[in-house]
Design a binder for this molecule. Structure first.
Ligand code: SF4
Length: 616
């Protein structure tokens, strides 16, 4: 441990470097914080996400791979976001990949350059091999995982692989690992595909060193005792989303349907619990949100799907296109995972095209005779494959993602393309929870940055022990500004977010666990500062690559208009948008004219060098 692998695929060369000095490490800690800092320092300006110069940084945290710590399995990718084209890409995954990387002796991997022919990495107990992946090219992510495990002769290896979508550098391409999990956001699969890197297999047998085992046991006991006080941990436990038949999100009016033309349709979720659901926990996870599901009825009866535990993926794969049948929902999410698409990006693009077709903006002539309509699972299946292969006009359009596809179609299409800065928006329908929507709008287009105490869980450690009115334009900027640093701290320490989100005391538990593991005297205040520093550093990264307030204000109409039904019926965020965005800027210490973090803000969090970069 304490080592980072540096793999240059242009030169087919592997080097090992040490982690930064402790002074630097304490400022960024791991996962998103450390990966982002490395990206900021090493990525040249003026390159595009699919250029060989882009970096694909896999980073674990100090708690990753330590069995006492609940859900200690996070790995984060930092890269130039292939879906927005210009912002910092952030993508987390769970399962066993991160722990195995640590057990193999490494804290992170930096991939640079691009291979001439498909390759995969085999990392095992301190050894690294770059192997040919030509025979696996074209295979889906699950097949690739099985084949590579056989190829390396280690069934317990963890494999992170791209599917055809990543190979063909499609918008929204993901990297799937351990069958249930994926690095979903920021187009990371396309970046990996551009490097001709089909997969990374890792396995190790080393133990992650812990400075003070007794102290760690003490704090993690308290942490585990508090874990299920969070609504989110309780709600997700043991495959909770399908077992509950999606009642929570339906009741909150946040289930996306038909490109947001509908809200929480009554048929959605019905029958999900009737299929055979078997919870599948990640490394050291007492929650087990993920599950295997055998479809027990309908045309896909007998098919076994392996989804992750949230609901957003299900909505992107199915309800956004009007597909509500529970058997098809599970089949389709598995299809997206196997072909290698993050479901909201492609799902939003499919839904956009269906709406465009309905409105006459595209015709049967454009689609090559294919009729685009809501609620047709076989059509969705066909379109997923067409997108992955960039087949014909329609396939090429789908592979562009919602923003670019809408620009090609023209007319009013950009108004109803659901995206954040070009990247597919994390679905649910956040028009009923303005804090989560606002966080995404001012974020960099790589998933939620701020939970805002709107829904799913409160944020007691960020000052919100109770849920906040999800439609209050005055409270929401405050909730975003307060929960964002906490969330980014949770993204740095090496645990799955579900182990900390809404868990009372989690800030102290994580800080004390980091102290016990590293031997630092790390405090909750320092942890929060690490999170805040990452918020400003990401913003500075994005500003240097062209982000302006216009990017936060010129959002598609659809995501800020009033929903047609449900709890937020008739309530549009649009009239308040500018005021809310500017209030977030003020609270975060960002300049209202340029959107840059103020020099004083950067100085306060120890980023004087970054202040120089953006202010001179
Ligand atoms: S809560 Fe879900 S995603 Fe998180 S570690 Fe557990 S099974 Fe994995």
């Amino acid at each position: 441990m304490g080592k980072i692998l540096r793999v240059n695929l242009t030169d087919m060369e592997v080097k090992i470097e040490g982690l930064p000095h402790e002074d630097v490490l304490r400022m960024y800690v791991g996962c998103w914080g450390l990966g982002l800092r490395m990206l900021y320092d090493r990525l040249p300006l003026g390159i595009s996400p699919l250029d060989p110069e882009n970096l694909l940084i896999f980073m674990t945290g100090p708690l990753t791979g330590i069995a006492h710590v609940p859900c200690s399995n996070n790995t984060t990718i930092a890269t130039l976001n292939a879906d927005t084209g210009f912002t910092a890409g952030r993508s987390h995954s769970h399962g066993f990949f991160g722990p195995n990387l640590k057990f193999a002796g490494f804290d992170g991997i930096v991939v640079e350059g691009a291979a001439e022919k498909p390759v995969y990495l085999w990392i095992h107990d301190g050894e690294v091999e770059i192997r040919s992946a030509e025979k696996f090219w074209g295979r889906d992510t699950h097949e690739t995982e099985d084949l590579i495990k056989r190829d390396v002769g280690e069934e317990k290896a963890s494999v992170a692989a791209i599917g055809p979508a990543g190979e063909n550098c499609c918008a929204g391409a993901l990297i799937e690992n351990d069958k249930h999990h994926s690095f979903s956001h920021s187009g990371v699969g396309a970046v990996m595909g551009s490097k001709k890197l089909k997969a990374i297999a890792v396995y190790g047998t080393q133990k992650v060193p812990v400075y003070n085992e007794e102290k760690l046991k003490e704090v993690t006991k308290e942490w585990r005792d508090n874990l299920f006080k969070s609504d989110v941990a309780r709600g997700l436990a043991k495959g909770g989303i399908p077992r509950d038949e999606y009642r929570y999100a339906k009741n909150m009016s946040i289930t996306t349907a038909k490109n947001m033309l509908e809200v929480s349709p009554p048929e959605w979720g019905v029958g999900m619990s009737k299929h055979k659901i078997t919870p599948k926990a990640c490394f050291a996870c007492p929650i087990a949100c993920s599950y295997e599901v055998e479809i027990t009825s309908g045309p896909k009866k007998g098919y076994v799907a392996t989804p992750a535990g949230g609901g957003e993926n299900l909505e992107g794969a199915a309800s956004i296109s009007g597909v509500y049948d529970s058997g098809w929902v599970f089949y389709l999410i598995d299809l997206f995972d196997r072909v290698g698409f993050e479901s909201s990006t492609l799902g939003c693009t499919i839904a956009l095209l269906i709406e465009c077709y309905e409105k006459g903006l595209i015709t049967k002539e454009d689609t090559g005779g294919i009729e685009l309509k809501w609620g047709d699972p076989e059509l969705v299946e066909k379109l997923v494959w067409m997108a992955a292969r960039k087949e014909g006009w329609l396939g090429k359009l789908l592979a562009m993602g919602p923003k670019r596809a809408a620009e090609v179609i023209g007319g009013d299409a950009p108004d109803f393309a659901i995206h954040i800065k070009g990247a597919g928006m994390n679905l649910h329908d956040w028009r009923a929870t303005w804090g989560i929507m606002l966080g995404q709008i001012v974020g960099g287009g790589s998933g939620w940055p701020a939970p805002a105490a709107d829904a799913w869980a409160t944020e007691p450690d960020a000052g919100f022990p109770e849920y906040q009115d999800p439609l209050d334009p005055k409270i929401k900027p405050i909730a975003v500004a307060k929960t964002w640093p906490k969330k980014y701290w949770d993204d740095c320490n090496g645990t799955c977010w579900f182990a900390t989100w809404g868990v009372p005391g989690s800030l102290r538990f994580t800080a004390e666990a980091v102290s016990a593991v590293t031997g630092w005297d790390f405090t909750a205040e320092e942890a929060l500062l690490v999170g805040e520093r990452a918020v400003h550093l990401e913003r500075a990264f994005n500003v240097r690559r062209g982000l302006t307030p216009e990017d936060d204000l010129n959002v598609p109409k659809r995501i800020v208009e009033a929903p047609p039904s449900g709890k937020a019926k008739g309530r549009a965020m649009e009239p308040y948008l500018k005021g809310m965005v500017m209030e977030v800027y003020r609270l975060m210490g960002w300049d209202e004219k340029t959107g840059k973090p103020l020099r004083s803000t950067l100085k306060r969090v120890g980023l004087e060098d970054v202040a120089k970069d953006i202010w001179g």
